[in-house]
Design a protein around this ligand. Sequence first.
Ligand code: SF4
Length: 224
Amino acid sequence: MDTTPIYDITPFTALDYPEHLAAIFWFAGCNMRCSYCYNPDIVLGEGSISHGQVLDFLKRRRGMLEGVVLSGGEATLYAGLSELCQGIKTLGYKIKLDTNGANPTMLLELLEKGVLDYVALDYKAPRQKFQAITKNKHFDYFSLSLNELLKRDVAFEVRTTVCSELLSVEDINHIIHDLSKRGYKGKYYLQHYIEDTPHLGRMKKQKQQFETEKLSAQLDIVWR
Ligand code: SF4
């Protein structure tokens, strides 16, 4: 098992965990390679902070923080994540997991242990574009993660990064239709692609206009 899975810690955020003050743990490595990713150092880098150091950090922050965000990279790739979450819960913190859904085995383990309070799931692209955008061929794994979240009593949100050179309004409407068909009733968060930052892959300047007025009204859409 990786003994230092965490690349970095953001000690305080009021923005990344809905309604909670939190710290963010950035896990090194990812099972996807989205070209628009703006965390290339974390995705390609190695961790330097151990499980034990994270718990020590949280012991010192008791009373100052309410929750933690497990982000990255992809936190579910850390084989000791379930154990780490149990340690975090024992200290009294709420846990939000940011995940791309491509490791349903770990997600299921965390859900079954009841250690997650909130999950933000990336719906990267419709099946037909999933591999081209993520360089990961396992849309079915993502699909399984989504279905598991839908059938359990855990708060979660679905979100998509919208880069108009990669995803069209039709693609987003396809996702909205799929989510509605599966019974998702929450808000659907569309995230603006950040142009002015280093990316994991080569990105073209966005030229295509994204026609937001053509988005389906089947779900409540929130841009951020
Ligand atoms: S944007 Fe893609 S490559 Fe970057 S961390 Fe998220 S899933 Fe991994």
